[in-house]
Design a protein around this ligand. Structure first.
Ligand code: FMN
Length: 180
């Protein structure tokens, strides 16, 4: 994988989550890791820092309380959002339909964890956003302005937790590369 400047990205933020899906990976070399599929999320600009000359590049993802990944997201300071080319859709389906509580999902999905930059990502990804957790909050029933969204998405009121991460690095698979 090669680090690229965020300005050089050409992806479509709508299709990258909604159509292609992403893997949300979280963990560290000592404790291991977990990953799950996410198709709800945003990429954009939010907040500023004295050390950063521009608005911070940020990624947002949403994790339901029932996910094993949720405990990892609470513990870890970093997470990654990982995009794959179409040939890995089966692996993403696996990550999105099995729980890490029941075993090593990455291995079962044929993915290889790379522990780097204080976090983890699958070597097979073609694009990785390395994120530093900035903010998390449970979505709240009373805050929904449109009740249809609540009734349609949360019949059991199991609201997602929203995680906003600063994108500190973007890694891109190099052409003709099979691994890192
Ligand atoms: C296409 C797809 C998209 C998904 N998007 C999300 C999402 O954005 N947020 C979420 O909490 N779960 C989402 N899920 C469900 C989790 O990926 C799934 O429950 C997973 O098995 C959780 O794994 P875990 O228990 O190891 O964390 C999605 C599943 C699929 C198949």
């Amino acid at each position: 994988m090669k680090e690229i400047a965020i300005e050089d990205l050409t992806l479509n933020p709508f299709t990258v989550f909604g159509r292609d899906w992403m893997a949300l990976a979280v963990g560290n070399e000592q404790d291991g890791c977990n990953a799950m599929t996410v198709s709800w999320g945003q990429l954009g600009a939010l907040w500023e820092r004295s050390s950063h000359s521009n608005r911070l590049p940020t990624a947002v993802c949403y994790v339901r309380p029932s996910r094993y990944t949720k405990a990892w997201m609470e513990r870890e300071k970093m997470f990654t959002l990982c995009h794959f080319d179409g040939s890995h859709k089966k692996a993403l389906s696996y990550l999105g339909s099995h729980s890490g509580r029941d075993g090593d999902k990455l291995a079962a999905a044929g993915l290889t964890p790379v522990f780097e930059f204080g976090t983890v990502y699958p070597a097979e990804a073609d694009l990785v956003f390395i994120c530093h957790k900035l903010y998390s909050q449970d979505l709240e029933d009373a805050c929904f302005a449109d009740r249809e969204i609540v009734d349609f998405n949360y019949p059991e009121r199991d609201f997602h937790t929203m995680y906003i991460g600063e994108i500190v690095k973007v890694l891109k698979r190099e052409e003709n590369s099979n691994g890192r």
